[in-house]
Design a protein. Structure first.
Length: 366
């Protein structure tokens, strides 16, 4: 059992949602915190007895359930619920009455939906990945990139070179893309050493415990379910990303991080920069799976060199995240040097990509 009660987890998640610009999801979570008890319905009976960490640092039951209810509204499973969901407005009692009815009427389907972790394939997080990839591309000029994303969800962030970006004063990516990311830029600019840096991506591979196929309407509906319903910009951004991703051959495997890396991350013949990365996903793998993944990355990294470098990039929550400081941008690099495998925090980023704070690392410093 979690040391934090489910009611407390809903309260914490509600506060986080409000802070991240979703007052509706904040209100919904607050209603669960205040009004839901283990005896309310069959869903409550099961989730209040969950064996594991129910908070956002673990299994995140609040967002699983919020995603399920959004899915019901998006797919017209319940007309009454949809009338209370954004873009419509309703008071707290009306929202709770609709939610309570759905939880009682569709308990088993709701529980089935909640078995899978949240699939928030937020493409705004590409804005936190791109400055690191540009730094690596400038450091290893001429080497093509092979991208390996763990916890890839629908694989949208494997297509990050197909979006356009304004990162501080620097324009990069695809200037003609239908998707343009312009996060608030904090900290140091992307300075000297980046001129002419381009991403030449030779391979895109990803894994997820329950990958989403965006080529299917059911897959798209599930993906959209985890985006907070009052954040229309995020919904539109994801729809644009889906259309672009459908044109690429992105391969996703159903697998945990450790097993997949053992299978896919093999000794390199050289002349390639491989980047293993995740964005707010690592926590959803078991501790044993995480350790297998770490061991594999280090083993393969130590066997490479300057012409077969390996980078491990993470945009993940840490202790500072609990104080409202976003996610840490962490890089470890193996390229045959004395600092191989040393983890560096290169900056921080908003969980949805609204801002990026860059620490100022230059290509020559990696």
């Amino acid at each position: 059992m979690s040391e934090v009660s489910l009611s407390r987890a809903f309260a914490l998640q509600g506060s986080a949602c409000s802070h991240l610009g979703s007052p509706f999801t904040g209100q919904l979570c607050a209603l669960f915190a205040e009004r839901w008890t283990p005896r309310s319905d069959a869903v409550a009976e099961r989730l209040f007895d969950w064996d594991g960490d129910v908070t956002s640092a673990g299994d995140n039951l609040p967002l699983r359930l919020a995603g399920a209810l959004h899915h019901w509204a998006l797919t017209d499973r319940d007309a009454g619920l949809k009338r209370c969901w954004p873009p419509h407005t309703a008071d707290a009692d009306a929202i709770w009455d609709s939610v309570s009815r759905v939880l009682k009427a569709d308990a088993q389907d709701i529980l089935a939906f909640c078995r899978n972790p949240p699939q928030t394939n937020e493409v705004g997080r590409s804005a936190a990945l791109m400055p690191v990839l540009l730094t690596l591309a400038a450091r290893f000029a001429g080497l093509p990139l092979a991208l390996f994303e763990v916890g890839a969800s629908a694989g949208l962030n494997l297509c990050l070179d197909r979006w356009g970006y304004r990162l501080g004063g620097r324009v990069c990516g695809d200037a003609d893309s239908a998707l343009q990311l312009t996060p608030q830029w904090r900290g140091a600019p992307l300075g000297a050493g980046f001129e002419g840096a381009r991403l030449h991506i030779a391979e895109r591979r990803g894994c997820d415990i329950a990958p989403i196929d965006v080529r299917s309407e059911a897959g798209c509906a599930r993906l959209m379910s985890y985006i907070w319903p009052d954040q229309r910009e995020r919904l539109e951004r994801t729809r644009s990303a889906v259309e672009i991703a459908r044109s690429l051959d992105v391969r996703l495997d159903t697998c945990g991080a450790g097993e997949w890396l053992e299978q896919r991350l093999t000794p390199s013949p050289g002349e390639q920069l491989r980047v293993v990365y995740s964005t707010v996903a690592w926590q959803y793998f078991s501790r044993a799976d995480q350790q297998r993944g770490r061991d594999r990355i280090r083993r393969i990294g130590e066997g490479g060199g300057d012409r077969a470098p390996l980078a491990w990039l993470r945009v993940e929550a840490d202790e500072a995240s609990q104080r409202g400081q976003g996610a840490a941008i962490i890089l470890a690099l193996w390229c045959g040097g004395a600092s191989d495998g040393v983890e560096r925090e290169l900056g921080r980023a908003d969980f949805h990509g609204r801002w990026v704070e860059w620490g100022g690392a230059s290509p020559g410093e990696l």
